[in-house]
Design a protein around this ligand. Structure first.
Ligand SMILES: [Zn+2]
Length: 494
């Protein structure tokens, strides 16, 4: 692997056979957004790509939790032209196309992670950083041009970019980007909200289990989770015929935070069964560990994958990540060496430790029977932390609604000194302290309040009578920049 610098951009390259593959990677992803600016990185990517002429070689761009990648495959002169065009567009973003590209984004509605993984990240981190993944935020039409300009200035410059190439840099390659300062990363990952172990019903298609670990290079845990996935394939798919897909997502969140999510889909009506199977298999692995043959199988599979020449680019991408974020990484050979020496007991201990952080998500309405190793029930997680309403002014549904609906009779809104809270028809209390509000969405005379902890409280005249004082309080107490009118794309959708 060679490392050089072109126009201030670090370029990592290796000598693989043609065609030339390139990825211009910026250290900016969903985790660098807030609820209010959610989608802004994706909008920048779209604005830049919208300037390209029709190209006859493979090219693409994508935004994930940590990075934005501009990718191309082709002849050296095609790669040179593509990269110069992308850099040119990022240096002078066509903000006059903002409205149109916002509309394209609304139509695309891509999510940075699978919805089950996104929901679990949101339970772990709340509505911040990687926890924003499953949300739609205020909508791309509510992002101001000044905010886009500021985002580009902070993140899309030569000093926050790495170019990787599968061959030598083409003669005369230029990367005309402005210079800047590498963004500081301290505190980018907020405090963990969902510590686990816990389960919750979520708006998700599949059952999922999330495990947190602090170490990026926990090879023993990595192998143990691979074994769990294989056992679930054997049980849920081959033995019981309940599932088609057992998937594993590995999410690097930031220094000291890594999340592994095992997702299992379920035949209609079998979600409870699948959730119980997933939990039982996880407990069994934590108690007894994998056997040596299972570990050897996973090491052999990894060896095969790493030997594939197509792996060159993903290896370079990993090095680009390490370069951008200063987090140490193992290269392919170091990983294999470490993996080959992991014992079954090391894998068991690593997995048992991470089970203390387990978050299990099931689709809405599914009620699995789940217990901890001591037989006590697995605690319910989710956003609700209380069944007690705080003191304050009470708002109720209108008298007619209360007359005809027992759910309406049970529902309250409370405006306290420093908090807005709601008791839902199930008796659960959702509370958002004012200093944890991440967004206030205006719906005519009503408001929808989004809280950092995952609660969403509708202060809407359709649901509660005489809400004007509550709306007025929210408008006064929540900083102006967190307010926005509901996206034009979603009006009438509810
Ligand atoms: Zn809530």
């Amino acid at each position: 692997m060679h490392s050089i610098e072109i126009d201030g951009v670090t370029v990592l390259w290796t000598e693989a056979p043609p065609p030339l593959e390139a990825a211009l990677v910026f250290g900016c992803g969903v985790r660098d957004e807030t609820f209010r600016t959610f989608g802004i990185t994706h909008l920048v990517e779209h604005l830049a790509m919208s300037t390209l002429p029709r190209l006859h070689h493979d090219h693409n761009a994508c935004v994930d939790l940590r990075t934005t990648d501009f990718l191309a495959t082709g002849r050296p002169e095609q790669i040179t032209a593509f990269l110069e065009a992308v850099c040119g567009a990022l240096s002078d973003l066509p903000l006059e196309r903002l409205d149109r590209e916002a509309g394209v984004l609304a139509a695309e509605a891509g999510e940075p992670e699978h919805p089950t993984t996104g929901a679990l990240l949101s339970r772990r981190y709340g509505l911040a950083c990687a926890g924003l993944a499953p949300w739609r935020g205020p909508g791309a039409d509510r992002l101001a041009p000044e905010a886009v300009r500021e985002h580009v200035r902070r993140f899309f410059h030569a000093d926050n970019a790495v170019l990787i190439l599968s061959g030598p840099p083409p003669e005369g390659l230029r990367l005309p980007l402005p210079r800047g300062e590498r963004p500081r990363r301290e505190g980018v990952v907020p405090a963990v909200l969902g510590t686990g172990p816990a389960w919750s019903q979520e708006c998700v298609p599949h059952v999922g289990l999330a495990l947190h670990s602090e170490r990026h290079d926990d090879v023993a845990l990595s192998l143990a989770v691979d074994v769990l996935r294989e056992r679930l394939v054997a049980k849920a798919r081959h033995e019981h015929g309940l599932s088609y897909e057992v998937a594993l997502d590995r999410c690097a969140i930031g220094a000291g935070h890594r999340e592994r999510v095992v997702r299992v889909d379920a035949r209609d009506g079998e979600e409870k069964h699948v959730a119980e199977l997933l939990w039982t298999e996880a407990l069994r692995l934590a108690a007894d560990g994998p056997d040596a043959a299972e570990l050897a199988e996973e090491v052999a599979a990894a060896k095969e994958a790493l030997a594939d020449p197509r792996h060159t680019v993903s290896d370079l991408l990993r090095l680009a990540d390490a370069e951008l974020f200063g987090e140490p990484t193992l290269d392919a050979q170091e990983w294999l060496d470490a993996a080959s020496s992991v014992t079954p007991d090391q894998a068991r201990r690593a997995f048992a430790t991470s089970m203390s952080s387990a978050l299990l998500a099931v689709p809405d309405g599914v009620e699995p029977a789940l217990a901890l190793p001591d037989g006590s029930p697995l605690p319910a997680g989710g956003c609700v932390r209380s069944r007690e309403l705080p003191p304050g002014r009470i708002f109720r549904p209108g008298s007619l609604q209360r007359l005809i609906s027992s759910a309406a009779r049970r529902t309250h809104l409370v405006l306290g000194d420093n908090v807005i809270a709601m008791r839902d028809p199930d008796g659960d209390v959702h509370a958002i302290p004012f200093d944890e509000v991440v967004g206030v969405e205006a719906h005519g005379p009503g408001r929808v309040v989004f809280g950092r902890g995952g609660c969403v409280i509708p202060v809407l005249p359709d649901l509660f009578a005489k809400i004007a004082p509550a709306v007025q309080r929210l408008d006064t107490v929540v900083p102006r920049e967190l307010h926005y009118p509901v996206s034009a794309y979603w009006v009438g959708e509810e």
